[in-house]
Design a binder for this molecule. Structure first.
Ligand SMILES: Nc1ncnc2c1ncn2[C@@H]1O[C@H](COP(=O)(O)OP(=O)(O)OP(=O)(O)O)[C@@H](O)[C@H]1O
Ligand SMILES: O=P(O)(O)OC[C@@]1(O)O[C@H](CO)[C@@H](O)[C@@H]1O
Length: 301
């Protein structure tokens, strides 16, 4: 079974405005609300790709109720811990460019954290735990490391998609898979990564540090799969980018869906890139149909 853990879920409030002006009253031309947070996006895409998962994390208030209801509509299992405050609302402003304002989220108490660990301690051998998104400010950035250790003690495999201090911390715990974009990978090593060759050099360092699989995304410029025995570069399909929110999450979900359905690493990677691009070319997250349509356009080089 795949579990996703989103410590700080959200409602993603998409607001489209023609020619947004700072300091003026702007009128939206279109708005939409989606359940969000990186792990929740992974669960939503897994479901669309025919792979079941259970969403874990902290949820609270009326906004948290919305997130739960939306997941239930999509028949996605969840087992959240109730937080005291409201789940955050993240504003995604689209006006030519995309601007994001992500909220802080509720304060998590020690008791609530204990309840989360009780769930992690129920994981079973060969389960997969996806840890994705930022760490709420009330929790230390080392929290992911403790979760990775608890999950691995249970025999579960752990995939991580986070950034900043949380990503920095987690590397030492050797999760089984990490999915940085090239900026996050560079930040880890204090360098600026511009090319696929540079991304390969630093991705390989992560493998040398004990991480089994490294997926590096470089938006429209390409993606890499790096393991002890493979370095695979893929060029994504071309298309009109409508939405970059959740493209990275879709990439991780696509890889896990195909891999757990028994496909080879190369095929799973191809599926992963097609999933990321299918979301980038859609207004919401990708559908299976979109991913299958784009699959032959992913070039493995
Ligand atoms: N311009 C694009 N053209 C084609 N595919 C794209 C484009 N941008 C993103 N993608 C697809 O989405 C995947 C993830 O993109 P990106 O590198 O932006 O991830 P990320 O920074 O983790 O995304 P997120 O915005 O979800 O945090 C890419 O590997 C690719 O498959
Ligand atoms: O603030 P975080 O946890 O880093 O990112 C949260 C978030 O921007 O990530 C997802 C897209 O990847 C969105 O659904 C969500 O709003």
């Amino acid at each position: 079974m795949i579990y996703t853990c989103t410590l700080n879920p959200s409602i993603d409030y998409i607001v489209e405005v023609d020619a947004f002006q700072v300091g003026a009253v702007n009128r939206a031309t279109h708005t939409a609300k989606y359940p969000g947070g990186k792990g929740i996006n992974v669960s939503r895409v897994l479901q669309r790709l025919g792979a079941e998962s259970t969403a874990l994390g902290f949820i609270g208030g009326f906004t948290g109720e919305f997130v739960k209801q939306e997941l239930e509509k999509e028949e996605i299992r969840h087992s959240f811990i109730q937080a005291t405050g409201d789940t955050r609302i993240n504003v995604k402003l689209k006006s030519g460019e995309e601007t994001e304002i992500n909220g802080q989220g509720p304060i998590i108490s020690e008791e609530q954290l204990k309840q989360l660990f009780a769930k992690i301690n129920e994981l079973q051998h060969a389960d997969i735990l996806v840890l994705a998104g930022s760490v709420p400010s009330s929790l230390p950035s080392s929290i992911y490391t403790s979760i990775v250790q608890a999950a691995q003690e249970r025999g579960a495999k752990v995939a991580v998609d986070t950034s900043g201090p949380a990503l920095q911390e987690i590397i030492a715990a050797k999760p089984n898979l990490v999915k940085p974009n090239h900026h996050e990978l560079g930040e880890l090593f204090g360098v600026d990564i511009q090319t696929a060759d540079e991304a390969i050099e630093y991705g390989k360092k992560l493998v040398d540090m004990g991480i089994e699989y490294v997926l590096v995304s470089m938006a429209g410029d390409g993606a890499l799969f790096i393991s002890k025995n493979e370095v695979i570069f893929a060029k994504p399909p071309r298309g009109t980018v409508r939405n970059s929110v959740g493209a990275g999450d879709s990439m991780l979900a696509g890889f896990l869906a195909a891999y757990t359905q028994g496909q080879s690493l190369e095929q799973a990677f191809r599926f992963s890139v097609a999933s990321g691009s299918a979301t980038a070319f859609s207004t919401d997250l990708c559908t299976k149909q979109d991913v299958e349509r784009l699959l032959p356009e992913v070039q493995i080089l």
